[in-house]
Design a protein around this ligand. Structure first.
Ligand SMILES: [Zn+2]
Length: 97
């Protein structure tokens, strides 16, 4: 069964949705009602590190519930893990972008 991620550009909420056949996905964010777009499937590592790019700072619990790790910029080019699974510290060149 295909599983797709839908992301809200307004608040950053990502929802995984099972789609059967040609069933349309959700068209609005469950949190804020803004339009959502379907994300291209990404390797698990990229999905896990998605927390890097959420400018709106979802709570650690929200991240954990999505299987995402949260990293905090230490200001010296490295990122320290705040929650979730993954390496404790990563350098900027280890980011997926
Ligand atoms: Zn939203």
């Amino acid at each position: 069964m295909p599983l797709f991620d839908f992301q809200c550009d307004a608040c950053g909420t990502v929802r995984e949705v099972l789609l059967r056949g040609e069933a349309p996905g959700p068209d609005a964010c469950a949190s804020c009602g803004a339009p959502v777009r379907r994300l291209l499937s990404a390797p698990a590592d990229l999905k896990r590190m998605d927390g890097f790019f959420h400018k709106d700072n979802p709570s650690d619990a929200q991240l954990a519930s999505r299987g995402l790790a949260k990293y905090v910029n230490r200001g010296d080019g490295t990122y320290e893990k705040a929650s979730g699974s993954g390496p404790a510290v990563m350098g900027r060149d280890q980011l997926p972008h």
